[in-house]
Design a binder for this molecule. Structure first.
Ligand SMILES: [Zn+2]
Length: 177
């Protein structure tokens, strides 16, 4: 199943393929923003851990839906416009990065997401305490190797097809501004 590393890799691929570079010219800020948005739906794990000590209790609920992606993309875009420390980003880019998480969870795992919430609602069953979640993130990361290899291939192919230099996406984004 995709872990933070896998979701971040997918967010990087979307950013690389996205036609218009509209991100901040600081590559690290951009990277942090991609990490935050591509993993935002899993905030339900943190909420479950903080409120009930169980990361599974709300997992794959409302934050793993189309509606959440739309609302959070709107908020992220607004925050980017108000606060100069956050990259200025387009609504579509934000939505694609956030929603890629939901789609990856839906396609790459057997546990359903709440895609059409509030019309449908699913939660992952089971129990994951703080130690389970931290262990899973650290020691389960190797499971995302397949995603990372696929994403790297997509980025390289995209760059070859578009006759772009192969180095990382950020330099292109900052130049496009
Ligand atoms: Zn998730």
């Amino acid at each position: 199943m995709p872990l933070p590393l896998g979701h971040t890799a997918i967010g990087l691929a979307i950013t690389d393929i996205y036609p218009k570079g509209s991100l901040n010219d600081n590559p690290w800020k951009t990277f942090v923003f991609i990490v935050a948005l591509s993993n935002l739906p899993d905030i339900d794990v943190i909420m479950g851990l903080m409120l009930y000590g169980n990361g599974d209790i709300f997992h794959r609920g409302p934050t793993h839906s189309l509606l959440f992606g739309l609302i959070m993309a709107l908020i992220a875009t607004r925050i980017g416009n108000w606060w100069s420390k956050i990259p200025k980003v387009s609504f579509l880019w934000c939505f694609l990065v956030i929603f890629s998480h939901v789609l990856a969870d839906a396609v790459l795992t057997t546990v359903p997401v709440s895609l059409w919430w509030p019309l449908e609602l699913h939660f992952s069953v089971g129990y994951s305490g703080w130690v389970d979640v931290i262990n899973f993130i650290i020691f389960g990361a190797f499971r995302d190797v397949g995603i990372i290899v696929t994403v790297a291939t997509v980025i390289v192919l995209n760059r070859i097809i578009r006759h772009k230099p192969l180095p990382f996406a950020f330099s292109r984004l900052s130049k496009d501004r």
